[in-house]
Ligand binder design. Structure first.
Ligand code: GLN
Length: 305
């Protein structure tokens, strides 16, 4: 496995030139576009890494999977999906115009910003309690006590997050979020700013692959039904408006983030964390996609095979 990963990093490294770093959140602009790393963990706990795999990056939209998980744990699936849809869309992750169409009653799915702001608002707790619950469960899943958010990235998001602010106002006017808008956004920005590395992401992947059981402790945190829902949503919506092609070419439930991370989870087999901050036009890591496509083909990891 280690040799395979080294070979695929080497092969896909050239792709980084085709991508661009996201800089609409100014602090993300500091990343090195040439970085590419991967970490794979199997269900026995064997860990394989290659490339720039131990650099820290912010989790960004990958946090949307954990926010959805907590919202379902707190309210049940039925109640959550009254306020957010289950459908994939062919629009950018930060789009809001469909939300304002007469029939666009609720956000299409919980993996785009509008849907994630709803699920974050549904996490039980006041103010930072929501964030602390998110951090706590992430620390358990990754067996990494040091997981925390970056105050700098959080500030950077908060001062430039007017698009998310507009989305939140629209959501509130439709009765889809309760409470103070700035308070909900504050948690959303902090959750996106949580710092992780490829190993942490791979641990989330193997946690999902093992149906909600923590790899290091064996503790079962989430029921099977919720995990199936998360995996289905990741498969259909996890790569934004590229999710359909990604399902065909890679076929692994995955979720990307705008700082260049990709979480991939092969049921019962592998958790995978990839980092490559150069992004394609959909906001997905361009070389990260390349390496996952190759890995899926070489090891026949597609859930559709
Ligand atoms: N914090 C980012 C935003 O809200 C997350 C988006 C992403 O990772 N695609 O714009």
């Amino acid at each position: 496995m280690k040799e395979l990963l080294d070979r695929l990093i080497e092969k896909n490294k050239v792709l980084v030139k085709q991508g661009k770093i996201a800089n609409y959140i100014p602090l993300l602009g500091n990343a090195n576009p040439k970085d590419l790393g991967i970490c794979v963990i199997d269900s026995l706990g064997n860990l394989y890494s290659s490339g720039i795999y131990d650099k820290k990056f912010t989790i960004q939209s990958i946090s949307k999977v954990i926010a959805l998980m907590l919202a379902i744990m707190d309210h049940g699936e039925e109640e959550v999906f009254l306020k957010v849809g289950m459908e994939s869309i062919d629009e950018p992750f930060n789009s809001l115009y469909k939300l304002d169409l007469p029939h666009g009653h609720k956000p299409a799915n919980p993996m785009i910003n509008a849907g994630a702001i709803v699920t974050t608002s549904l996490i039980r707790g006041n103010g930072d309690e929501k964030l602390n619950r998110l951090l706590e469960i992430l620390r358990k899943i990754t067996n990494n006590e040091n997981i925390n958010y970056s105050k700098e990235v959080y500030q950077s998001e908060k001062t430039t997050g007017d698009r998310n602010r507009a989305i939140a106002f629209l959501l509130k006017s439709k009765g889809l979020i309760d409470g103070e808008i700035e308070e909900v956004l504050d948690i959303y920005f902090k959750q996106c700013s949580i710092e992780v590395d490829c190993q942490d992401i791979a641990k989330i992947g193997i946690f999902l692959a093992n149906k909600g059981r923590v790899l290091d402790t064996g503790e079962k945190l989430v029921d099977n039904r919720t995990i199936s829902t998360l995996m289905a949503i990741m498969t259909t919506c996890g790569m934004y408006d590229f999710s359909g092609e990604y399902a065909i070419k890679v076929g692994i439930p995955s979720k990307s983030g705008v700082s260049g991370g990709i979480l991939a989870s092969v049921p019962n087999k592998y958790g995978i964390g990839v980092y490559g901050p150069a992004l394609d036009k959909h906001g997905n890591s361009v070389a990260g996609y390349g390496i996952l496509k190759d890995l899926s083909q070489e090891l026949e990891l597609s859930i559709f095979v």
